[in-house]
Design a protein around this ligand. Structure first.
Ligand code: ATP
Length: 205
C-alpha cells in the first residue's frame, strides 16, 4: 500500500543491521541519500574549513603525514572520561555537527521536487530525532544474526562487538519508533525484495 506524501525518510537500525545495504538499494531506485557518517568524514577532508578548525584547536598532531585527519590521534584526545577529553569532544562536535547539518541541508535543497530523501541516521533513536521525518524505517535483525555479521566483518573481538551492541538503543526501543520495519534476517535477495516493497510504498507517483 502506498503511503502518500512521503518525502523525508529517516533510516536507522543497530550496528551491522544492514542500513548501508538498504540505503544503497534505495539509492539505486532513485532516492537521494544523506548519510550523516559519510558527511562527517567529508567535512574534515583536506582543504575544508572543518579540518582547519580542528588543527587550530588540537594542533598539527591530529594530521597524518599526507595532511589527512589522523583519526586514531584525535580519538586519543576525545575518548576518555576526564574533563579534558569531555571538553575536547565538545569542541570536536562544535566543528563537525554544524558542518554536517549545513551540508545535509545543501544536499536536501538539491533534491528533485518529488524525489524521496533518505537520511541514514545510525543514532536516530538515541538522539530523539524520530519525529523529524515523514516516515521512520528501521532495519531489523535478530541480535544473534547481528552479532555474527558484526564479527564476520572483522576488526572487533566478541567482547568489543557485544559492548558496541550494548551501547546502542535496544531492539525494542528502535522497533517502537518504526513506521516500517525492514527485516534483514534473510539473504541479500530477501532484503532486496523487502526494499522493493518499501520502495513501492514511498516512491514518488
Ligand atoms: P554499520 O552500523 O556498521 O554502519 P550497517 O547497518 O550499515 O552497519 P551494513 O554495512 O549494510 O550494515 O551490513 C553489515 C554487514 O552485514 C556487511 O558486512 C554486509 O555485507 C552484511 N550483510 C548485510 N545484509 C546481509 C544479509 N542479508 N546477508 C548477509 N550479510 C549481510
Amino acid at each position: 500500500m502506498a503511503t502518500p506524501g512521503v518525502r523525508r525518510v529517516g533510516l536507522t537500525g543497530g550496528i551491522a543491521s544492514g542500513k548501508t545495504t538498504v540505503a544503497d538499494l534505495l539509492a539505486e531506485r532513485g532516492a537521494l541519500l544523506i548519510d550523516s557518517d559519510v558527511l562527517a568524514r567529508e567535512v574534515v577532508e583536506p582543504g575544508t574549513p572543518g579540518l582547519a578548525a580542528l588543527v587550530e584547536r588540537f594542533g598539527p598532531g591530529v594530521l597524518t603525514a599526507d595532511g589527512h585527519l589522523d583519526r586514531p590521534a584525535l580519538g586519543r584526545l576525545v575518548f576518555g572520561a576526564d574533563e579534558a577529553a569531555r571538553s575536547a569532544r565538545r569542541d570536536l562536535e562544535a566543528v563537525v555537527h554544524p558542518a554536517v547539518r549545513a551540508r545535509a541541508a545543501e544536499l536536501e535543497a538539491s533534491a528533485g521536487l518529488d524525489q524521496v530523501v533518505v537520511h541514514v541516521i545510525p543514532l536516530l533513536v538515541e538522539t530523539g530525532r524520530s519525529g523529524s521525518f515523514d516516515l521512520v524505517v528501521v532495519v531489523d535483525v535478530d541480535p544473534a544474526v547481528q552479532r555474527t555479521r558484526l564479527l564476520a566483518r572483522g576488526g572487533l573481538d566478541p567482547e568489543q562487538a557485544d559492548a558496541r551492541i550494548a551501547a546502542q538503543a535496544s531492539r525494542a526501543d528502535r522497533l517502537a519508533v518504526a513506521d516500517v520495519v525492514v527485516d534483514n534476517n534473510g539473504t541479500a535477495d530477501d532484503l532486496a525484495r523487502h526494499v522493493d516493497d518499501l520502495w513501492e510504498r514511498i516512491r514518488p507517483r
